[in-house]
Design a protein around this ligand. Structure first.
Ligand SMILES: Cc1cc2nc3c(=O)[nH]c(=O)nc-3n(C[C@H](O)[C@H](O)[C@H](O)COP(=O)(O)OP(=O)(O)OC[C@H]3O[C@@H](n4cnc5c(N)ncnc54)[C@H](O)[C@@H]3O)c2cc1C
Length: 218
């Protein structure tokens, strides 16, 4: 039975970032995305920008955005965070995002003019969420990360407190894949896009169109 170091469940922003980070750490990584390839990426496909802390205006930001202001904005949306230290860490580390994302293929554009006034706080992806996903998937393939589509995870198997593997359904076929660790990045919030994805999976169930890319890490 084939064994991976890390299985990543999901195929959106969180999943791909987890997969890339695990691969950088030297693991053999498998991404399991329930959607078919042309629908990959969940709600990430709809995103356009990312909020990050920065000290000054530059080519892409119209002004500074401090850690303190960013944290207060976060608290304003979520209420007092369950884990304040984690929230502070996310806010602080967000300053490194543009560089990390660029290094993994993401391109940027000037803030959009119009009704949204996020040009000071948010960086905009050139081409939106689909382009972001395409960049991450291409980088993942180049780095030797394996990717399977139409791979619906049905169970995460934990025995004696230890992760053993995942059960997945691909068309009519059920499968167990073993790994040493798992990253669960599979949101399911009943949004329109999620419904569409599910519908596509059912209609293509008989075809079992699994795509894999597995290249050596150079
Ligand atoms: C219209 C819209 C616009 C948005 N705009 C922005 C924006 O501009 N900036 C911003 O920061 N945020 C934005 N968001 C929020 C953003 O989309 C989410 O925060 C982000 O997509 C979350 O990423 P994720 O990887 O956790 O989930 P998702 O991107 O939703 O990915 C979840 C993945 O899990 C897969 N999956 C689910 N169940 C299973 C399973 N059982 N087995 C295998 N795979 C599974 C799905 O197919 C999908 O690939 C927007 C959201 C929407 C709806």
């Amino acid at each position: 039975m084939e064994e991976y170091g890390v299985i990543v469940i999901g195929g959106g922003n969180a999943a791909l970032c987890g997969a890339l980070a695990a691969r950088h750490a030297g693991s053999r990584v498998l991404v399991l995305e329930r959607a078919p390839q042309h629908m990959r990426g969940g709600n990430t496909r709809h995103t356009r920008n990312i909020r990050c802390t920065h000290a000054a205006a530059d080519q892409f930001f119209s002004g500074p955005y401090s850690e303190e202001e960013h944290l207060q904005d976060l608290i304003g949306v979520t209420g007092e965070p369950a884990n304040l230290d984690l929230a502070k860490l996310a806010v602080r580390e967000s300053s490194k995002l543009p560089e990390w994302m660029s290094a993994h293929g993401v391109s940027w554009q000037q803030p959009l003019a119009g009704t949204l006034h996020l040009g000071r706080t948010n960086r905009w992806f050139l081409g939106g969420g689909k382009a972001l996903l395409n960049a991450y998937y291409q980088t993942a393939c180049r780095m030797g990360i394996s990717i399977r589509y139409n791979a619906m995870i049905e169970d995460v198997v934990i025995e004696n407190g230890r992760f053993e593997g995942v059960r997945l359904k691909s068309g009519e076929t059920e499968e167990f894949i073993r790994a040493r660790a798992v990253v669960v990045a599979a949101t399911s919030n009943g949004s329109r896009s999620t419904g569409e994805t599910q519908q596509t999976i059912s209609s293509s169930a008989a075809r079992r169109t699994t795509t894999e890319c597995c290249l050596p890490l150079s």
